[in-house]
Design a protein around this ligand. Sequence first.
Ligand SMILES: Cc1cc2nc3c(=O)[nH]c(=O)nc-3n(C[C@H](O)[C@H](O)[C@H](O)COP(=O)(O)OP(=O)(O)OC[C@H]3O[C@@H](n4cnc5c(N)ncnc54)[C@H](O)[C@@H]3O)c2cc1C
Length: 716
Amino acid sequence: MRVVIVGGGPAGLYLALLLKKASPRDEITVLERNPPDATYGWGVVFSDRTLAEFREADEVTYRQITDRFVLWDAIDVYAHGERLRCGGHVFAGIARTALLEILQRRCAELGVVLRFRTEVRQPEDLPPYDLLVGADGVGSTVRSWHAEVFRPRITPGRARYIWLGTPRPFGAFTFVFRQTEWGLFQAHAYPYAGRMSTFIVECGEEAWKRAGFHEADEVQTLRRCEEIFAEVLRGNPLFSNNSRWIRFPTLRTVTWHHGRIVLLGDAAHTAHFSIGSGTKLAMEDAIALARALQTYEDLETALEAYELERRPAVEAFQRAALQSQRTFETTQRAMRLDPYRLTLYLLTRSGRISYEDLRVRDARFVQRVESHLASEWDEVRLPCPPVHLPFALRGLRLPNRIARRPASACGALDGLPGQAQQRALCGLAARGAGLVLTEILAVSPEGRITPEDAGLYRGEHGEAWKRIVQAVHAEGSRIGAVLGHAGRRGATRSRRFGVDLPLTEPWELLAPSALPYHPDGPVPRAMGREDMEAVREAFVRAARLAAHAGFDLLHLHFGSGYLLASFLSPLTNRREDAYGGSLENRMRFPLEVFRAVREVWEGPLGVTLPASDRARGGIPEQEALAIARAFREAGCDLVEVTAGQTVPDEDPTYGRGYLAPYAEAVRLEVGIPVLVGGGLTLSEANVLVASGRADLCVLDLEGDGFVDKSPPSLVS
Ligand SMILES: Cc1cc2nc3c(=O)[nH]c(=O)nc-3n(C[C@H](O)[C@H](O)[C@H](O)COP(=O)(O)OP(=O)(O)OC[C@H]3O[C@@H](n4cnc5c(N)ncnc54)[C@H](O)[C@@H]3O)c2cc1C
């Protein structure tokens, strides 16, 4: 077989040598535009797990690469004038030039034809081939010849970065944050050879311009970066290697092969540099492609098998990389965290390290974090896992950070709760939740989602809830009443039969605009001023009943497409009066209701808000933050974020913990305590609390028992 590989980077060279090794009679040619010793960038990092595969694929290069490795196991974070170190991570670094040299030498030994200084511009530049491999990086020329098939989509990151080197040998993977007169600058530095380290400088567009980098030449750029990071560089210079300020291009393609052409490495996909995996992914692609070509005689089947094997793994990395990229693009907001929380925030940014992993990696570091968090509470005398810390909210003391709510409505007759509610809520309290939340309690009969919903709209309801509240208190938990009005999502059949199935004889529904939830569902009445007053008064009456019942916290549900959420979203609020149109107008009625409740309820008052409609044309992030800010200013003590259910045709991807990024944005940007759910495990809750992304976590996975009711000081 004649294989022509365009691009002599890690992907192209590694594939060439693996193919030649497996079938010495095949003709393998690599065309590389640069001379053999020229490359961009400095060192690259591998995580330890990668290496087993390399050893199996080619022991010779594995040995040479690992012989040149610089190994370290710590991550340092420099911020707010302090350095914190967490160990146990195991990284290996190597100069990109050294890696290429090893691969080139092995290719030559095995008889691969290496043609340097050969730039491929058009198909006519290629020698004859049976298989053409585009391993020519993110700007792939090969890919561009069939762009209509590969359909590349490049999303540039928001931040600017430049890949530099320095002779300062860092002893760890190092993150440095420097607040300057121009804005926040951060560096990602790691060693890769005896006396050399990679030093990537990153900043927001604004800071980049304010610091004059957009018009600085190379020397000015290096000197300014040296000034910014003088403290950690300790007098060492920074070097450039064809380095330019760019915005990271995340590349996705709809297919990786077409006829006799296949894409490999960065030509097919990229993943943000902050999870240090581009080279690893590129070389793993090579291993998979070489294996597929040996396994299947038919080329089409082999290329299909290669893509089938690699795509899920690559996409998982791309998701983690995107999360990591977003963290670094928005670190300004995390600067309000103290060094301990910030370090944890960075370590857990891509969701791949759990709290337990961290404890295994560096138990002393975790203990230092826990000691620091415990020191903020007088009553906590020994370090404990973060969810065991108490929490204070307008005079209410919660024994821990876990909240629970019943998984489904318990059933009620005309809104009256009974034994079922008491059993469910006491059961949750007995499992150790510091805060137990009710199901959504309707503030009026028409505000119910189903006829079986519990409510808080008659004196009788208040009395019944009083008994339940006392029973939950006896279990040692606090209890919050969640009040809501279903709006256009009301009058549906019990959820036992399915979600949002309308009753055959629905009651009259209310909404900001006369838009049904489902196209063939009942059409709600657009609310007039009188309706609004009645709804507001219903919330106030419910709040008074909640106070009478002895609830510890009141929570208004203005999310999930229910009545008040429908006012907030431009998808469901089409009013042309003072309650529709601009964000200020859309917030007007929900804020009126909130303020009216605030007047009669003295205790902690929370609100559930939509952070996103997960549908085109819905609430954008900046509006969601502005909404949370407006409620904070109106006296809200706690925000729970929801996302979606505003309209039925929404983005259907609901992964575990999908609400956490929204919660983080609200907590860090708005500066208000946040309650977050979304299918969290105990480990995830520990990470969210310890890293300052959330204050309280709703654990709602069955079986994730949290039963330790000891006081925090005894827990550890
Ligand atoms: C700032 C930064 C830091 C990074 N850090 C890491 C890290 O720590 N760890 C890690 O694993 N990865 C890292 N990466 C990613 C890594 O550099 C790439 O993912 C990796 O190099 C991909 O290998 P590749 O062979 O697919 O592409 P490349 O390395 O881009 O190689 C493509 C080759 O094709 C050649 N070429 C292009 N066009 C033509 C043409 N028309 N004709 C002939 N030749 C051509 C180029 O000269 C080049 O040699 C980082 C990337 C960046 C930007």
